[in-house]
Design a protein around this ligand. Sequence first.
Ligand SMILES: Cc1ncc(C[n+]2csc(CCOP(=O)(O)OP(=O)(O)O)c2C)c(N)n1
Ligand SMILES: [Mg+2]
Length: 391
Amino acid sequence: MSQTQNPTNPWGTPERIQLMNEAGETTPHTSFSAYADELTGEDLKDMYRTMALTRRFCDEMTSLQRQGQLALWVPSRGQEAAQVASARALAANDYIFPSYRDHGVLLERGITPEEITPLFRGSGTLGWDAKKHNVHSYTLVLAAQVLHATGYAMGLNLDAEIQAETGQAQTGQGQGTDPEQDVEKPAVAVYFGDGSTTEGDVHESMVFAASYNAPVLFFVQNNHWAISVPFSVQSRVPISTRAAGYGFEGLRVDGNDVLAVYAATRYAMDKIRAGEGPVLIEAETYRLGPHTTADDPTKYRPEDHGATYEPLDPMVRLEAYLRSTGQADDAFFDEVTAYTKEQVKGVRSYVLASEPDTFETYLDRAYATPHQQVEDDRAFYRAYNDGFEED
Ligand SMILES: Cc1ncc(C[n+]2csc(CCOP(=O)(O)OP(=O)(O)O)c2C)c(N)n1
Ligand SMILES: [Mg+2]
């Protein structure tokens, strides 16, 4: 049947889960409200605090890049609810594979602002302790981390089999690091963007995750852009509908609604831990800033985009909710401003005190043992550099 004969989407448009609207008003949902109800007023205020810290830190890093102190910065403005609320719904021993824009996920996980800086200064590759936080390094090669996460989740299943056979618990990253907070069955969460879903790596990961019933959450932040390519070019259908093709559940949520994101992620993790996973969540959000500090979105983005999307800002929405329900007042928001200021105070001096690596340090890190290809690259690089020397 051609599109003209059937103008409606023949696959149907999935429900978009929303528990709190743009004005901060809540509506109950038969399946998801129970999860959101787990959150106390203190939890919501704490999430707001982390979202505000994410934004302030992001602004500080943008300034540092503009002043020539960072090679690049990747702003997360607008995506704080999707990041902080999903990370909050994970267990301490779930292992997270982030992309490169997921600062809110990291801060929610207890990684400090300073620890996020080295990659962007060029003074190191991984600033935080991956084992302590169960958070892998950022990945700049789009979607590569989706393969890593799927393989890791398949490994968790194999570990469980070994344990069942031998009675020996397998411990490692993502498993048994904090007896107070760990859950019995750790799982994996991988974060990636709408543009990355076009990569073959995502397809391969989803096939393998389904075939091996890997305990993995595919968390897509659909921020509507892959640099300058709008989502409408990336996919004809919501990304969440693709899960059905692999044989697992896909959920579409309002990614700027902390309650919906938290509830959907909690639901998904319960399902994954029960061995019914994997699950795909598409969190529909919006990238309010540029792709990176190297990008000029005025070249491709409609001038009035702010008028459409700024009212959807997740921080504005949560603030409206906290105020209208009497859970927070000016005193709370002043306290948050003071807290975020204090938290990022050390970032500037930390960055300025760290020495960017020389280019050759990166060659040293490519392999654990000497490698001819690296030495050839080194020779090429030195000859190239020598070419700039004045006679
Ligand atoms: C394999 C690969 N191809 C291309 C790029 C260049 N690139 C960097 S970010 C980006 C867009 C990614 O968009 P999306 O997945 O939606 O994530 P977002 O940046 O919006 O968070 C592209 C094409 C890359 N880093 N890796
Ligand atoms: Mg995107």
